[in-house]
Ligand binder design. Structure first.
Ligand code: 3HC
Length: 337
């Protein structure tokens, strides 16, 4: 069972984040509240309620792990990309996702949770990552659709996070969103090329769209009524737009893109509602979503095993880097003496 239950006290060796003495808590809380009311930023050195810190660590860790596990379905295609150009683009994209994970782990470190603690959560199966990365990428069209729809959904969710109340998270998201937007466009462009190709290529794009569409709608999280963290997250300025509203924005933005591409979105109930000025859409399979979130999707076990193996196999690199850093430190100390 995947769950997210981090302890957030400072680990030894990490920067300690000041906590107001209990007699001053109400004053510190009032300062925190008024900063949020004024739409200001909370910074690592500021006092913050434990629950705010814990919620941020939970969300940032889930987000960071999604970037890292998200490298796997596409990394799988680097050696099989259809041209040198596509291979170079895919390598750069997968590398970007790794970078996003690292910014996010660093943002969580400013809250007093180390990368080791977070990786331990991921590798032991306690920590969540996005449901979408537990589905297979079966052919080259899937790689294009991951760029177009998965990265498209990620951007829709992440743009509001650039205005998140926690400074380091908000600032990390600015660069992440710029890079994600390239990712989305390269996916769309790769699909456009396929849609001008053979009937078999067009059919591959349609098939990939059929398989990914509903999973991408679920990426935004459960319906607002079932979202455990939304109300508090919105009150704290961590979330700015609700799960359902973001999902709706994504659908409204994607329908015209699908038209340009020439694919059909696999939802017979998808239609423009003049009164709401939004598209209506069919029912999402939430039972399937929760099964996947809880570890029983088609690729959960494979993804986790691959991550654990990569981490274990990389131990010698970390050991060598630490030994080198120690040596450099000794050298610097000697020179300073
Ligand atoms: N996959 C897995 N778990 C999900 C999920 C999803 N798509 N959507 C929601 N959940 C989990 C939540 O983490 C929470 O579980 P927890 O209590 O154990 O942490 C539970 O379901 C209830 O959901 P809530 O709506 O109450 O949770 P949140 O308020 O945290 O909202 C969220 C969920 C919208 C995903 C929010 O956490 C968020 O905005 N996160 C930051 C963005 C992010 O993580 N994106 C992941 C994709 S990143 C990506 O795709 C990489 C890119 O390179 C493509």
């Amino acid at each position: 069972m995947y769950t997210q239950s981090f302890n957030v006290p400072d680990a030894p060796g990490l920067k300690s984040v000041p906590t107001a003495p209990s007699t001053e808590n109400s004053e510190a809380q009032a300062r925190f509240d008024s900063r949020l009311d004024a739409d200001g930023k909370i910074e690592p050195q500021d006092w913050m309620p434990d629950a705010y810190r814990k919620t941020l660590v939970r969300q940032i860790s889930q987000h960071a792990h999604s970037e890292i596990v998200g490298m796997l379905p596409e990394g799988n295609w680097i050696s099989r990309a259809p041209s040198l150009k596509r291979k170079a683009i895919l390598i750069a994209k997968v590398q970007d996702e790794g970078g996003h994970g690292l910014y996010l782990y660093s943002a969580a470190e400013t809250l007093g949770t180390s990368r080791d603690q977070m990786l331990d959560g991921l590798h032991s199966g306690r920590a969540k990552y996005s449901s979408i990365f537990n589905y297979p990428t079966l052919n080259w069209a899937d790689v294009g659709v991951v760029g177009w729809l998965v990265d498209g959904a990620a951007i829709m969710n992440q743009i509001p996070l650039c205005r998140c109340s926690y400074g380091p998270y908000a600032r990390a998201m600015i660069r992440v969103c710029k890079e994600e937007s390239f990712h989305q466009r390269q996916g769309f462009e790769a699909l456009m090329v396929m849609m001008q190709g053979t009937e078999a290529q067009k059919a591959m794009v349609q098939d990939a769209t059929n398989r990914f569409w509903w999973k991408c709608l679920a990426m935004f999280g459960p319906p607002d009524a079932d979202s455990a963290h939304s109300d508090q997250g919105m009150r704290w300025g961590i979330k700015r737009i609700s799960n359902d509203d973001l999902r709706q924005k994504f659908i409204d933005a994607t329908v015209p893109q699908a038209k340009v591409l020439g694919v059909t979105l696999p939802d017979p109930d998808l239609k423009w509602n003049e009164e709401r000025q939004h598209h209506d859409y069919g029912a999402i399979d939430w039972a399937e979503f929760w099964a996947t979130v809880n570890g029983n999707g088609p690729c959960n076990k494979e993804r986790l095993a691959t991550r654990v193996k990569a981490h274990t196999d990389g131990q010698w690199v970390r050991d060598a880097a630490l030994a080198y850093a120690r040596k450099q430190q000794l050298k610097a100390n000697k020179e300073a003496a």
